[in-house]
Design a protein around this ligand. Structure first.
Ligand SMILES: Cc1cc2nc3c(=O)[nH]c(=O)nc-3n(C[C@H](O)[C@H](O)[C@H](O)COP(=O)(O)OP(=O)(O)OC[C@H]3O[C@@H](n4cnc5c(N)ncnc54)[C@H](O)[C@@H]3O)c2cc1C
Length: 452
């Protein structure tokens, strides 16, 4: 231990990196050793889904290596494990990056109450922490575009200087020798290390960012950054990326920065409306007549397995199961299909996505779903009844994406893969499970009931 200063407990959560880490910087400034821990909270672990578990396990292993083995993973409820660890090491302070999810906020308040040590929250997983950007009268924004304008005007801090030397000290109390078993990460998923995250960012910035505005909607291309899992667990901080874009011009940069802002917007909306995690943001939707009977559950199953008979929907759902990730355009199409064509509650789809996405994030996912369902922050649900038979050939014009994920369609060339019914069908591939035009009419009638 350095000098006589008390050690600082660094409780890592969604900030699994060493670069641009204000909380780590503050912990080090406390003057003593830094004792890093991560708490495997069963409540979060059990709902993470296997790709996220595997990614988290990899990221923790990387950090353990890079702290000279000092990072310890504790098990149990943070409300008891964190105060106990702080007491056991005689910590003068407990350092965190601030959390803003409904569960995280409550948990942190409970931990704080039980601490003898000082609680020091520095930074957050966002460039601008939720709650900071408000309208002129101090109330939260409800619409994205004015939020994004205010977010830019507000701006963000410069990246924190990277700490070179830290007096890392392992916590020697009870901890897990090994994480609970998680399956191997799919080879297509991002490598869960901070170095790989930085490399992925540089490759995107240098090779694909300029073309992003044009190519980002084609799911057959590798045109987006695929940084979402890194951002979710904090292997990269958005501030680092935004600083790197400073001075760069072009529509690619502008559009991409706006995408990052969606992540910040949804975190802000969830922060102000904790009930919107699983409840309708627009409460008029509490009376929406979703189908929830056994037949609806069967429809849900076909959607989950990618057996709807609509190629772009099935390709997306199979990509999710196969890879733990899905292209954004296809997330919108598949989500729209579940709520508008199959009339299932958005929460069913949101749960399935969180179970399988490596980047599963409560704010982005559940508000992405609510945007699609029409119960979210944007009040014009009608325009978004996507027609999967038009969306498919429009965005996957080559048909490569559906052929990659739906092998039954590989015998059909070009756009024909999007309309097997026009070409005598495809062996082993199901008929369309619904008549889109009829379901569209049905959905519109249901929406009318909410409006009236
Ligand atoms: C129904 C639905 C569910 C979604 N669930 C999630 C989720 O669980 N986790 C998640 O990170 N994103 C989610 N998104 C948003 C988006 O699809 C993904 O962030 C994106 O596909 C990730 O790929 P990328 O990193 O290559 O994105 P890029 O196109 O390179 O975008 C850069 C970053 O901006 C952020 N971003 C982009 N689009 C959005 C958006 N619409 N909302 C919020 N943030 C965005 C992400 O952090 C992303 O990594 C969802 C969207 C929909 C429509």
């Amino acid at each position: 231990m350095s000098g006589s200063a008390e050690p600082a407990l660094l409780w890592l959560r969604r900030d699994l990196r060493l670069a641009d880490h204000p909380a780590l910087l503050r912990a080090r400034e406390a003057g003593g050793a830094v004792v890093p821990i991560f708490v495997l909270d069963q409540r979060l672990w059990a709902t993470a889904g296997t790709p996220r578990q595997a990614f988290l396990a990899g990221a923790l292993a990387d950090l353990a290596d890079r702290t000279g083995g000092a990072l310890r993973v504790l098990s149990g409820d943070p409300r008891t494990t964190v105060p106990a660890a702080a007491r056991a090491i005689g910590a003068g302070s407990v350092h965190v990056s601030e959390e803003f999810t409904p569960y995280g906020t409550e948990r942190d308040a409970a931990v704080r109450e039980k601490l003898d040590a000082e609680w020091v929250a520095t930074g957050s997983p966002y460039a601008v922490s939720p709650g900071r950007v408000t309208k002129g009268d101090g109330t939260p924004f409800k619409v994205f575009t004015p939020f994004s304008r205010a977010w830019r005007e507000h701006g963000w801090r410069d990246p924190a200087p990277t700490v070179r030397t830290v007096d890392w000290q392992p916590y020697d109390g009870p901890h897990l020798r090994e994480l609970p078993p998680a399956p191997d990460l799919d080879e297509h998923l991002p490598t869960p290390t901070e170095a790989a995250a930085r490399e992925a960012w540089h490759a995107f910035r240098d090779d694909r960012l300029d073309g992003y505005a044009d190519a980002r909607n084609d799911p057959g291309l590798d045109a987006t950054s695929r940084l979402s899992a890194y951002l979710h667990l904090g292997l990269l901080h958005p501030r680092t990326l935004l600083a790197d874009l400073e001075g760069r011009r072009g529509t690619g940069v502008e559009v991409w920065r706006t995408e990052l802002c969606w992540r910040e917007f949804y975190a802000d909306v969830l922060h102000h409306n904790p009930g919107s995690a699983w409840g309708n943001y627009d409460q008029r939707f509490d009376r929406f007549p979703w189908d929830t009977d056994d037949e609806a559950k069967e429809r849900l199953g076909r959607w989950q397995r990618g057996e709807t008979g609509f190629p772009i929907v099935d390709a997306g759902m199979r990509q999710l199961l196969g890879e733990g990730w899905m292209h954004n355009r296809v997330r919108m199409i598949t989500a729209s299909f579940l709520v508008k064509d199959l009339h299932c509650p958005w929460q069913w789809g949101a749960r399935h996505f969180l179970d399988h996405l490596v980047d599963g994030d409560l704010a982005s996912n559940n508000h992405g779903w609510q945007w699609t369902a029409g119960s979210g922050t944007d009040a014009s649900p009608y325009v978004r009844i996507f027609n999967p038979m038009l969306q498919g050939p429009k965005y996957d014009a080559s048909g490569d994406y559906v052929r990659r994920w739906v092998p039954e369609l590989r015998g059909l060339e070009g756009k024909a893969a999007h309309e097997p019914w026009e070409h005598g069908g495809a062996a082993g591939y199901p008929e369309r499970m619904v008549d889109h035009a009829a379901e569209r009419t049905d959905a519109l009638a249901r929406y009318e009931r909410v409006r009236s």
